[in-house]
Design a protein around this ligand. Structure first.
Ligand SMILES: [Zn+2]
Length: 165
């Protein structure tokens, strides 16, 4: 997913005083946008101090078309205490599952850009700014070649849940 966040007409921002869990992001998005359950939203926390964060990293493919199920087995989960960094993420409604991964999906990057990953859980007691925008339209472009036509594609299923859930 690629978006021009800064130019987005629906962009808004608000300051919140704490983040008891990853799922709190959804509650905060609900205060910014009506009916978030059916909407598609992008969000950014430019800087946040976290008491703790657990993030997962998956290394790149070791050979062309390596299946996600195999990549998922080589993933690493790290927990960091008292760290500062930024977070970007999406909220995708349940009906988008398949094209996107439904629910909250966010990535963390440390301030010195030396570590990060897919956020599994996090907690903060500090003030932070949440910038968010609704995505009311997007383009989906499919590859127009034989390789794509011949690929065995389906729903991400369990392998996707293990890597991106
Ligand atoms: Zn991810």
């Amino acid at each position: 997913m690629v978006t021009s966040f800064n130019a987005c007409k629906t962009r808004t921002q608000s300051t919140f005083s704490d983040l008891p869990s990853k799922q709190s992001i959804l509650q905060y998005l609900q205060t910014l946008f009506h009916g978030i359950n059916n909407r598609f939203a992008f969000f950014l926390i430019p800087r946040i101090h976290l008491e703790t964060i657990t993030a997962r990293v998956v290394r790149g493919q070791q050979y062309p078309r390596q299946p996600l199920s195999e990549l998922g087995e080589a993933q690493k989960v790290n927990t960091y205490e008292s760290v500062t960094g930024s977070i970007v993420g999406f909220w995708s409604p349940a009906y988008m599952d398949g094209v996107s991964v439904s629910g909250l999906h966010m990535h963390f990057l440390s301030e010195d850009r030396s570590y990060g990953g897919h956020v599994l859980e996090m907690r903060s007691a500090s003030k932070f700014e949440l910038q968010a925008a609704l995505l009311n339209e997007f383009d989906l472009e499919l590859a127009d070649n034989e390789e794509f036509g011949d690929a065995e594609l389906g729903m991400g299923g369990e392998a996707l849940r293990r890597v991106e859930g």
